[in-house]
Design a protein around this ligand. Structure first.
Ligand SMILES: Cc1cc2nc3c(=O)[nH]c(=O)nc-3n(C[C@H](O)[C@H](O)[C@H](O)COP(=O)(O)OP(=O)(O)OC[C@H]3O[C@@H](n4cnc5c(N)ncnc54)[C@H](O)[C@@H]3O)c2cc1C
Length: 391
């Protein structure tokens, strides 16, 4: 395979970030090639809670604007549903919830309080232990696997290509530009390169001389057998995120996570008992009337954490044709907007709809090399016994 089999824009990573960026670029008429080491959405993008409610992000307005249009724009269903219900079981959870809605309110979004009776009408699985809830007239959730598929098909409909089972192993830089991507299936030339490889973005960024501090963590989700559909499927709380699927299953993750090292690890990682137990307990507390439901599936995934928990999206100064994107645990919901931002950075050198300066690498300048140790974000010696970080 020769470098001529590349594309104008090569994207490393077939998760929602890379696929969305590829779709935006392909619909703008650019020749796009996505390289994916496994299959599309096999990592976090196909394994997440599906939440799309990120009021703290510079992309919040665009996230909220785009999601209701995505099925039509992509031409395939994502199972997107508007609004969320947040439930508090105690005062600490209540004040955390309030901080988040006040942030959204300042950006023009409405919400209302729900007393126990109103909450029970919308979410009949809650119990008497619930303090109350909030109905957010913004935010939402979608089906991650359908969304990955929708991006991939839509990208291909616009002439983009996806090569699965193709691992990027090297990047050639010449004259201040990335010119070729070396893979286990040949070399691909590019005029612009997007690195959107989730937790692996740091390792690939190092190949072009950029230092991207990332700490990976294992998180898990559980899925119950189907239960009668509630009036509102987008309810969460008690440190959990997730949704009731259109088929009635409760699909939830959250609670404690576990710091890991990626090196030498098969990804995605296996499910471990302590995380699974914590999830089941929290779900039973949140929905006591579902305590009898059997868990029929569970899986683990990796989230990619930057030191401040915020994404990095940046077009590098050197090599000048490379955009880095890693989403630090919030990449599913933001993907319609992050993809658009990445596409604009490739095409115009700047994001036209939001200020991406707060997402640049410059904020980590001077970060001590032992930042993970200082934050306590290091894998425990015995991960089965107690390698569980704070929620
Ligand atoms: C259990 C769980 C729950 C979550 N819940 C939510 C939620 O409710 N809402 C939300 O917004 N976010 C959530 N997230 C986070 C969200 O899923 C991620 O931030 C998002 O999917 C990141 O997408 P990505 O495309 O950037 O990375 P990934 O999905 O990690 O995709 C990167 C891709 O790059 C590929 N790759 C890596 N290295 C190479 C290489 N060398 N060559 C070729 N390909 C490579 C990988 O195989 C992978 O497919 C959750 C995550 C998990 C795991």
């Amino acid at each position: 395979m020769s470098a001529s089999s590349g594309a104008e824009v090569v994207i490393i990573g077939g998760g929602v970030t890379g696929l969305s960026a590829g779709w935006w670029l392909a619909r703008a008429g650019l020749r796009v090639l996505v390289l994916e080491k496994g299959i599309v959405g096999w990592e976090a993008s196909g394994r997440n809670g599906g939440g799309a409610t990120h009021s703290f992000s510079p992309f919040f307005l665009e996230e909220q604007r785009l999601w209701p249009q995505m099925d039509e724009m992509l031409g395939y269903p994502t199972e997107y549903r508007r609004q969320r219900i947040r439930i508090a079981l105690n005062e600490v959870q209540w004040s955390r919830m309030m901080r988040s809605v006040e942030l959204a309110e300042r950006q023009g979004f409405a919400w209302q309080r729900l007393d126990r009776r109103q909450l029970r009408e919308l979410v009949p699985l809650v119990g008497d232990n619930a303090l109350g809830g909030l109905l957010l007239d913004y935010g939402g959730h979608a089906n991650p696997q359908r969304t990955v598929q929708a991006y991939a098909w839509a990208l291909q409909d616009h002439g983009g290509r996806i090569l699965q089972h193709t691992t990027a192993t090297g990047i050639t830089v010449r004259g201040g530009r990335a010119t070729e991507i070396v893979t286990d299936r040949g070399v691909f030339g590019c005029e612009a390169l997007v690195i959107a490889a989730g937790p692996q973005t740091g390792m690939l960024a190092a190949m072009v001389g950029a230092h991207l501090p990332l700490a990976p963590a294992r998180v898990e989700m559980i899925v119950t057998e189907p239960l009668p559909l509630m009036r509102h499927g987008g309810a969460d709380g008690n440190g959990l995120y997730g949704r009731q699927t259109l088929r009635g299953n409760l699909a939830y993750g959250g609670g404690p996570h576990e710091w890991i090292e990626l090196e030498g690890m098969a990804t995605p990682p296996r499910v471990v008992t302590p995380l699974f137990r914590h999830l089941a307990r929290r779900l039973t507390e949140l929905f006591p009337k579902a305590a009898h439901a059997r868990v029929i599936r569970s899986w683990a995934g990796i989230v990619e954490n930057t030191p401040d928990g915020r994404p990095v999206i940046e077009r590098l100064a050197e090599p000048g044709n490379v955009v880095l994107a890693t989403m630090s645990s919030v990449g599913f919901g933001l993907s319609p907007a992050s993809g658009r931002a990445i596409a604009e950075l490739v095409q115009h050198g700047r994001c036209l709809f939001a200020d991406v300066a707060p997402l640049s690498l410059a904020r980590f300048r001077g970060l001590p090399s032992d930042w993970r140790e200082r934050l306590g974000w290091i894998p425990a010696a015995d991960d089965e016994a107690g390698g569980i970080g704070a929620a």
